[in-house]
Write a protein that binds this ligand. Sequence first.
Ligand SMILES: Nc1ncnc2c1ncn2[C@@H]1O[C@H](COP(=O)(O)OP(=O)(O)OP(=O)(O)O)[C@@H](O)[C@H]1O
Ligand SMILES: [Mg+2]
Length: 309
Amino acid sequence: MLDDDQIPPIDRGALAQTYVMANGKGGVGKTTLASNFAGLVAADGASVLLIDVNGQGNVGRDLGYRHSSIDDEGEALHEALRKGTPLQPVSGVRPNLDVVVGGQHVGTLPDTLAATYRMQQHRQALALAVCLAPIASRYDLVVIDSAPENPPLQQLALSAARWMIAPTRSDRASISDGLGSISRQFQLVRRSVNPGLSLLGVVLFGSGSASKQIHRNARSWVAEELGEDSYLFDTIVRHSEAVGQDARSHGRLVHELEVAAASNPKFWDLRSGRATAGTIVSATSASVAEDLATLAREILTRAAEEDAA
Ligand SMILES: Nc1ncnc2c1ncn2[C@@H]1O[C@H](COP(=O)(O)OP(=O)(O)OP(=O)(O)O)[C@@H](O)[C@H]1O
Ligand SMILES: [Mg+2]
């Protein structure tokens, strides 16, 4: 049996393309970025795995499988981590996109792991890494969506990743509270079980302003929380509540909404009753889709540059 300070062998090379979206605070865009980053790269032809390490299972809302036959609310994920067996993703949620489904069973994982691997804190934190590493090399890219305000679940997600991306809103409280608390988990995981974890950068999400001053302030607060050399992505995902609502009510990624918006009903079809307002998709989806695509390119370019440095 492992004692407390032994680390199980993990093929870190297989996890070199694993990205986690993390922030201590809720509602800052972690799930939206994880789903759309994974979905965009998959739609472009690469093979992608998306893992939902949340008790809420919001990835299922973004991809439209919530309460469908594939939605086991995280039971398979829970069982794999309890037994230490390889993850068994649901394949083909979109072309080239497989998903490890999250949900309420993920919420009970910390207690289950504490009971199963008593006195082995490193083994507990590495439970996802242990189950992901054997299958990760099937994919070009692995994206992990993580939970807010839940250090044990955050540690699971961070321990399996090579790169952390931290989305945040642009106000001071979001930056100080959210980035401050995830920074503590990041340091802890690096010190204890995953020294190769790097912060790739911080993304301003749902920002309503193009004001340079707001962005300068955000940049200096990010530096206060994460250090002067922390990177703020140039791409900002613009604010649009309509797109956020449409995405989850239709179960579509933002680039898929953009396509749907192109076939919005004609005005007169609404008057004649051939179409209803419920089918209309916000035309702002095209602009947000462009932000998300620009961000995906920036993330991948920066990771390549960091690897080469
Ligand atoms: N471009 C956008 N502008 C503003 N709000 C958006 C945008 N895109 C999505 N939203 C909304 O922002 C909210 C938070 O997004 P999301 O669920 O991705 O955050 P989160 O960090 O994963 O939250 P949680 O911590 O609760 O899991 C959601 O209600 C979503 O619909
Ligand atoms: Mg979320």
